[in-house]
Design a protein around this ligand. Structure first.
Ligand code: PEP
Ligand code: MN
Length: 505
């Protein structure tokens, strides 16, 4: 026990979280079915490899050191239905486009992490909700229950754990194949569609930056700088909230650590040399593993093989509880959400548990206070880390979404006096939290190393504002999220432009 009453010395095994209290607990009625499902999951292959995980860790190290920027984004609640070609492609293209803007604007390498291929479990503020006047359990994500407004469909079903694995595997398979086949090929013309920006001066700024990006890509092509294949593919990593520990434990495997820091694979062909993303890490990882077996004794670690990166949510980060216990044992890089309820004095004890060796880039602190609260909390949180042995080891990432939720009540167009209530977020609040976050880090000599967004490549109407000037009355046009409101493609791209601009100031 340390002075905070936190158990820090006991041996860790993938199941030790079961001895601790847990928030957002899940009770399965059908224990037999749960057992069968877990046995099956235990036997299924890893979805990602230690080599890939280590590669991300190396890249996050650069974010912690101020040399790179972490762009993380995707749905709030990924649905099994989103496992289709168009939805996957739209999201990947959007993340790629945003990253280009950030690279160009901020002059930093960008690390791309998708909230995708496993973002199926949702923490909820209330276990119950009323739908059409009927009280039922809240939707907790496709991995747990169904969004169908039906009392029975809302009962947690163990079979969904397996469905989650297969949908993750399918999504990941297509991601790997599409990226390997040139989905992210920067030689292909990108659709920058700027017509939506109503404000003339903003549109002009956009247009200028797009011209310059296209021009730079053209020039690289002309003088042959792109012939190494580096424009043909990109790195993309996957992530989700590690909420449902039954599932996370079942994919936690004791595996060999990659021997060295992964380097770009040896040049066997032009195509292979360009593969340093999701697909390439796989190939070279196997080569490395085989060569390792010849010389060095194997060093193993526990890896969560369901995603490259996992994070602990704002509701489950209690020092003495199950989630922190589970996370302290895995070798993946991990995130922790920090909201206004996080006492500054708890941050260092939390980091001591999760990163006792002060590994640089291991921990991403994802701050999400809200535009009106960030100034009250972030400075003390930064100083707590700065005055500790963890100074310089963490990646600070701004999540400008989760502190800025609000309800909008909108009149129904087709009926007299009836109203609909939507959860929404204002683009201006999102931008304001990002802007303040950057300024506070700068003033304290700290580095804001990334942003964490809820977004989709679809043309949804869930957040208000932005260059399209979506209003609350527009929310009903295409509001499709089953959890929090996401930035649509245009709003997300616009945000990337504006943030890139802040870094240039
Ligand atoms: C989320 O990222 O969707 C989420 C629930 O965030 P938080 O834990 O910060 O509330
Ligand atoms: Mn969310």
């Amino acid at each position: 026990m340390d002075t905070n009453g936190v158990q820090t010395d006991s041996a860790w095994v993938p199941s030790s979280w079961r001895q601790k209290p847990a928030k957002q607990e899940v009770i399965y009625d059908d224990q037999e079915s749960l057992k069968r499902t877990i046995t099956k999951l235990n036997s299924l292959p890893p979805l990602v490899t230690p080599f890939e995980i280590q590669k991300l860790k190396n890249e996050l190290r650069e974010c912690a050191l101020g040399n790179a920027f972490l762009l993380q984004g995707g749905d709030c609640a990924e649905l099994f239905d989103y496992c289709n070609q168009n939805t996957i492609e739209a999201k990947v293209k959007l993340l790629l486009q945003m990253s280009l803007v950030l690279i160009y604007g901020a002059r930093k390498k960008v690390v791309r992490v998708a909230r995708m291929a496993g973002q199926y479990a949702k923490p909820r503020s209330s276990p119950m909700e009323k739908v059409n006047g009927v009280e039922m359990a809240s939707f907790r994500g496709d991995i747990l229950n169904s969004y169908e407004p039906d009392i029975k469909a809302r009962i947690p079903d163990p079979a969904r754990l397996l469905e989650a694995y297969y949908h993750s595997a399918s999504t990941l398979n297509y991601l790997r194949a599409a990226i390997d086949s040139g989905l992210a090929d920067l030689h292909a013309p990108l659709d920058w569609s700027l017509g939506h920006v109503l404000d003339k001066s903003v549109r002009n700024d956009y247009q200028q930056m797009v011209f310059r990006i296209i021009d730079t890509l053209d020039m690289m092509r002309t003088i042959g700088l792109d012939t190494g294949g580096n424009l043909e593919t990109v790195n993309l990593f996957t992530s989700h909230e590690g909420l449902l520990l039954e599932y996370e434990q079942s994919l936690t495997r004791q595996l060999r650590q990659p021997k060295n820091t992964p380097q770009a694979p040896e040049k066997t062909s032009t195509k292979a040399s360009s593969l340093n993303g999701i697909g390439a890490a796989n190939k070279s990882g196997y080569a490395r593993k085989n060569s390792m077996s010849n010389n060095a004794p194997a060093v193993t670690s526990y890896y969560n093989t369901s995603a490259h990166f996992l994070w602990i949510g704002d509701r489950t980060r209690q020092l003495t509880h199950a989630h922190v216990e589970y996370f302290r044992g895995i070798a993946n890089p991990i995130g922790v959400k920090l909201g206004p309820s996080m006492p500054a004095e708890d941050i260092v004890p939390l980091l001591d548990i999760l990163n006792p060796t002060h590994e640089i880039g291991k921990i991403v602190l994802i701050t999400r206070y809200g535009a009106g609260k960030i100034a009250d909390h972030l400075p003390a949180h930064i100083r707590a880390v700065q005055n500790s042995p963890h100074n310089g080891t963490v990646v600070w990432q701004c999540d400008p979404m989760h502190g800025n939720g609000r309800n909008a009540t909108v009149k129904k167009t087709d009926s007299e006096g009836e109203t609909l209530t939507f959860k929404t977020r204002r683009f201006s609040d999102i931008l304001s939290e990002l802007q303040q976050c950057l300024a506070i880090h700068k003033a304290l000599n700290s580095y804001l190393g990334g942003m964490h967004l809820e977004l989709t490549g679809e043309d949804v109407t869930e957040c208000v504002g932005g260059g399209q000037e979506l209003t609350e009355d527009d929310l009903n046009l295409n509001y499709t999220t089953f959890c929090d409101p996401r930035l649509n493609e245009k709003q997300a791209l616009e945000l990337a432009f504006l943030v890139a601009g802040f870094y240039r100031e």
